[in-house]
Write a protein that binds this ligand. Sequence first.
Ligand code: IVH
Length: 676
Amino acid sequence: MDKKKIKKEYYNKIQNLIKLNKHYYELSKPLVNDQEYDKIKKQLLSLEKKYNFLKSEDSPSKIVGFKPSKNFKKVFHRVSMLSLSNAFSEEDLINFEKKIINFLDESKSFKVEYSAEPKIDGISASLIYKKGKFVTGLSRGDGKEGEDITQNLKTINDIPKNILAKDFPIEIDIRGEVFIQNKDFEKLKNKFANPRNAASGSLRQKNPEDTKKIPLKFIAYTYGYEKGIKINKQNEYLQKLNEWGFKTNPFNKTLQGVQNLMKNYYEIEKKRSELDFDIDGIVYKINSFELQKRLGNVANSPRWAIAHKFSANNGVSKILNIDIQVGRTGALTPVAKIKPINIGGVVVSNATLHNEDEIVRKDIRIGDTVVVERAGDVIPHIIKVDLKKRTKELKKYIFPLNCPSCGAKTIKEYNSITKKKDAIRRCSSEGYECEKVAIEKIKHFVSKEAFNIDGLGKKIVENFWNLKLIRLPQDIFNLNFKKIESLDGWGRQSVANLKYAIKEKQNISFERFIYSLGIRHIGFENAKLIAKTLKFSENFLNLSDEIKLNDLLNIDGIGETQINSVKNFFLNKTNLKVLNDLQKILNIKNAIEIKKDGLLSNKIFMFTGKLNGISRAEAKSLIEKNSGSIISNVSKKLDYLIVGEKPTKRKIEAAKELNIKILKQSEWIKLLNKSS
Ligand code: IVH
């Protein structure tokens, strides 16, 4: 089938889905049953998988979770639903209390009594009861006007539908939080980003039957409009809520003094990981309703309450297990599997432990309660262990002495520069001999800066590995496309695309080729330097020759560590086979630079000593911009030795002996000025 036809078929199906969605979500008159609808969605997804040129904003892959309805009736709240101002520190709390005392014109010694309530991170709702009967339920909306979600709220077990208690007010809006427990969110985590979204999404379904499928909870904490309430304090109100059949937060407390608020704050923050629902702070409310009335509101929030937020990027959790991942260079990275926890809106279940030394330094053990930090896109990590929570039976963690992938001994290398053992433990097998290392090496081989093969991402490499389609990099150029075409998710077109992408990359630049081999310590910059120096790929393939190898030491930026690594690379038989096979398959472009005619062209420079007002890196780039080049050892090739402060005398002497011109920094600058 040609591309045009496939596209037409796909967009017709998308149009049909839009129509079905409209009838289901907005008009509540489904045109097809659930099974039929799921079938249509599946067909679209598999078309997209097969042909990667098919894309649409209305694709079922783009619409996550349930689409909330736009069509709820709008209703005004009889008393607005306010929001809370935030406090982040003890100082903020001191100021909050000061302002209250000033406003009430009380003396400094006035004792303010607070109701301290953990702040559940869910969706607030207002439940209107008339003569004890739940009649209408509203979402918060913009605080003034909410949506009528009565039918959905009625599906929640925690919400009493009829209250018979004699002291229940004749009319009242009971307000509280709708939320989902973490254990229930686990089952929905493919559909929603976090428990809050899950609660919000399911609460706003057009069809209450969909809401019912999700075990939503309700905790009550305040009221809006009321007629006939006979209560004077918030803590008494919370007590009454229980008697009337509502759930309240078991960690609510009545407290006095900022110090006690802080103590409670830390205690609850620590308990956070043990709770089965997300809290993002503590709400403090002046306990006395009379004082609340006197204090009133500012703009959108009450003067009598404040939310003391937990730090947005920390959380407390428990280590369930420690996994060891094996990287491309054999490095063993321990990863803590932690009890899933919501940190700043993202559910975190893994945290890196960096390396063996980190585990030893922090004495991290399986079963420990730990503080986890997640900042930006950085992988979450463990800040500290809560030793008070450690129980006797937790044993010190012993790092594996054998590679979990291939069983080879693991080693810690000695670093001759720092004169210390490396922090990282590595698998001692030479490379492709270890399965995990081999897979990572192949992933590196096809990665962006290396061969950059379109459509051959990390997941596909893993998949091909598992199917034994690849074992070494060269296998990529010899894939069994017939077999791939028969795999789930592949079709004739996507296989043709992959075939083309691979063929295209058989022409490769010398520097990319060197980088793709994944030689330890040879990153992209070093690969570029080596390519530039060796110029022809044959020179690289002959690098096992010790003399040629030592020539590389002349490159500014390449040191002994790199040379040793290249040496080791050539000592391994599998690497030689990889090189040999790739050489036959690939067309590696030589790295011959086109020299400009700058005055420094063909001139070779070297620095010794510290330059004034200019970094080595900038000096180097200045020379290169003017078509000169740099080496790091005195040899006959050298044209100029540039001498800064505290130079190495030996180098100057060697240069003199070879009759090489010696320049002061100022003389070199003059030369540069002439050339530009
Ligand atoms: S009292 C005027 N109490 O926090 C008082 N709110 O930013 C406002 N919340 O929309 C409500 N736990 O969704 C109150 N114990 C609690 C609360 C609480 C959570 C939420 C609620 C509100 C938001 C205010």
